[in-house]
Write a protein of this length. Structure first.
Length: 705
């Protein structure tokens, strides 16, 4: 619906202008609530909510054109469906239409408000034109400025429901022209009707009303799929999306109950869709879609649509990592696909079920509904899981016979309790509920049962991931120093950031060891890989360095190397070791294949210290590690770091290291903690970072005597 008096009118106008000036067919604006993890569709033009319902909520951060554009604050251009499939296969699976797409972030300063997406109805040139880039950039800037001012005025603009921004009309017919158009349409031998950009019927002739079994007054103003519920199904959904997104005529044949087949032809443009309706018979040359042959059972569109739902969910769940991912993805897809209003997911733990996620219920209600032990056979969730068979209740009366408290507390009117079983053992239960009584057809029951199988497999994997992830991070946290020793005359700051992607954890480590009153040893390293084994090996390396700290740096690395080669863990480790003499203002450093340290002199001049190379630990037991002496006067800063701080796909390593050195130089006068925070977030290419980051800053302050 239009954003009348909603405060969104300026954004509506900006969106419609951008679509028109870029020659696009469709535009969408997504907004990100403060601190939110879901990009929510706020407005669109060129398509109705019916088309966009599968994409109303986009998880953030996640893989997808708009999520990448917003998260990385850059323009994403996909010139064709083939490129979309290559770069974003999951998005292409649920967007199987020949479109080109541009996505860009809506920002103002450092604040990200959301994203803009424009779609063109056919493949375009590999590179977006300068004109279209300028249109998109200007639109995003102006939208960001509007949202900034709105938030400053205390009126943030994140609507509860998406609405359609209607483009201005080119011209408006007068009464004579309007009557002539009606007379013309009524003389046609076929039915015709017009849909606006929101999919509402704005005109239909008498023939169309007769064919679909209604009257003109009762049909006008209603969305086509609501006015004709027998039409609403996956065949219509698919053809309607194809027409609106592709801006090309499409057609299909569908059964109007009980026994009349009708042919629909959709002709779209920017202002809506014109629909031609005509009867078909057995002699019609049109190849009907979902039309049975002679003597066959009548096949409604429901079956193919449910297969689409299965494919959609299967594709989405391939990206689910943890249990909460499964909850969010499943709820996002199941509720709109089945027209449900409530969703609850519980997992089997010991002898009971525990609710881990929901949609459509207040949290305080679920606390009262948390599932009892498996021995309580009066609980429908427990009964479904223990019996291994789904339970369907089409009305409160049916459920009252088993669990009368559920209808009373939830105010829902129909339920599907789906057991989640993987490899024969119970994983949990999924509950889908409706606000009104709902008859579950055999086809719907079969598809919901199949969906439960997909959810069970994903949930089983996700629980295993969560357990391993918690174990690995607990192991890693336990092996890293809880705090660093206090050394007079030395200010120290350390940071550790785990990877922002993947399931596992890595083996980055750092340490500071006090040798005597005036000397300390500092170490930093990175064990190859991201796994529990890497974290365990990191602990062994750190222990070995501790055991030999105080010796010559080359000897410390050599002994640690011999230990690792004896253990033969199959993983290699980089390490940098520094022995710092605070009384004489010098440091001795040796490296085992580790990124070069940075030294900021007291005058602010910063350099990259290229040390004599040493072989990675764990390869050759006889490897040597030469040491280098450097001055380290009071006021200097020595920065040790792991490669996650500078390495990023497509970025030159030397350039990235130089940028880090520049950031270190710019931090003159800052406290070490402030400087450490600035360094770990210095480069947008590493945020979100794809590897662990460890950083250790050493800042001598005064002469130690």
């Amino acid at each position: 619906m239009p954003a009348t008096d909603s405060g969104m009118e300026p954004l509506d106008a900006l969106l419609c202008t951008a679509v028109r000036e870029a020659g696009a067919a469709t535009g969408l604006v997504y907004l990100l609530p403060p601190g939110g993890q879901v990009l929510r569709l706020a407005m669109m033009t060129g398509m109705p909510p019916k088309v966009a319902e599968l994409w109303e909520r986009l998880r953030f951060p996640a893989s997808g054109p708009l999520a990448d554009a917003v998260g990385e604050r850059r323009l994403v251009w996909l010139a064709s469906q083939a490129e979309l499939a290559r770069r974003y296969p999951r998005t292409a699976l649920v967007w199987p239409y020949p479109v080109a797409l541009a996505a860009a972030p809506i920002t103002s300063g450092t604040i990200v408000w959301g994203g803009l997406a424009l779609l063109w109805p056919s493949p375009r040139r590999p590179h977006l034109s300068a004109h279209d880039r300028a249109v998109i950039g200007s639109t995003c800037d102006r939208m960001g400025a509007f949202l900034r001012h709105a938030a400053a005025d205390g009126h943030p603009r994140v609507p509860e429901e998406p609405h359609v921004a209607a483009p201005p009309r080119v011209w408006t017919a007068g009464p004579v022209q309007a009557q002539a158009a009606v007379d013309f349409a009524d003389r046609l031998p076929e039915g015709c009707c017009a849909l606006d950009v929101a999919g509402r019927i704005t005109f239909l002739n008498a023939t169309a009303a007769e064919l679909v079994g209604g009257s003109v007054p009762e049909l006008l103003g209603a969305p086509l799929w609501e006015a004709l519920p027998w039409l609403d199904g996956p065949v219509f959904d698919d053809r309607y999306r194809a027409a609106v997104l592709g801006h090309r005529p499409t057609s299909f044949t569908v059964l109007r109950p009980p026994d009349r087949w009708l042919s629909f032809q959709l002709c779209p443009d920017a202002s809506g869709v014109s629909v031609r309706v005509s009867p078909t018979d057995d002699t019609d040359d049109t190849a009907p879609i979902d039309r049975p042959g002679r003597g066959a059972d009548i096949a409604t569109p429901t079956r193919s649509g449910r297969l689409y739902d299965l494919m959609h969910l299967a594709g989405a769940l391939t990206e689910a990592v943890g249990v909460q991912d499964v909850v969010e993805l499943t709820a996002d897809l199941v509720l709109p696909a089945f027209g449900a209003q409530g969703f609850v997911l519980s997992v089997a733990e010991g002898d009971r079920l525990r609710i881990v996620g929901e949609r459509g219920y207040p949290p305080e209600l679920l606390n009262r509904l948390d599932i009892p032990a498996f021995r309580d056979d009066t609980s429908p969730s427990v009964r479904a899981v223990t019996k291994g068979a789904p339970l369907f209740f089409a009305s409160p009366h049916e459920l009252n016979q088993l669990a009368p408290h559920i209808p009373r507390l939830t105010k829902r009117a129909a339920w599907a309790f789906l057991p989640l079983l993987a490899s024969g053992h119970p994983v949990g239960c999924c509950v889908v509920s409706y606000d009104r009584p709902h008859d579950f057809t055999p086809d719907e029951r079969a598809v919901l049962t199949s969906l439960a199988g997909l959810i069970a497999q994903a949930l089983d994997r996700a629980r295993l991931y969560d357990a391993e992830h918690q174990l690995a991070h607990g192991l890693q946290s336990g092996l890293l120093p809880a705090s660093l020793p206090t050394v007079p005359g030395l200010e120290v700051a350390a940071r550790y950031l785990p990877t922002a992607r993947g399931m596992d954890i890595g083996g980055d480590f750092y340490d500071l060891i006090r040798c005597d009153a005036t000397t300390v040893a500092a170490a930093i390293g990175d064990v190859q890989g991201h796994s529990v084994n890497a974290a365990a090996l990191m602990g062994q390396v750190r222990t070995a360095v501790h055991a030999t700290a105080g010796a010559h740096p080359g000897e410390v690395l050599a002994r640690t190397n011999r230990l690792l080669t004896d253990l033969d863990p199959g993983l290699f480790t980089s390490c940098l070791y520094a022995h710092i003499d605070l009384a004489h203002h010098v440091a001795h450093l040796a490296t085992a294949g580790h990124p070069p340290p940075l030294l900021r002199h007291p005058d602010g001049h910063t350099e990259v210290l290229h040390l004599p190379p040493g072989l990675l630990l764990g390869i050759d037991p006889g490897a040597d590690y030469p040491a280098t002496e450097i001055p380290l006067p009071p006021g200097a800063v020595l920065a040790l770091y792991t490669d996650g701080l500078v390495e990023s796909p497509g970025v030159d390593l030397d350039d990235a290291t130089a940028r880090l050195a520049d950031q270190l130089a710019q931090g003159c006068g800052q406290p070490m903690d402030t400087l450490a925070d600035a360094l770990v977030h210095h480069d947008p290419h590493t945020d979100p970072h794809s590897d662990d980051i460890a950083l250790l800053l050493l800042h001598p302050q005064s002469v130690v005597g």
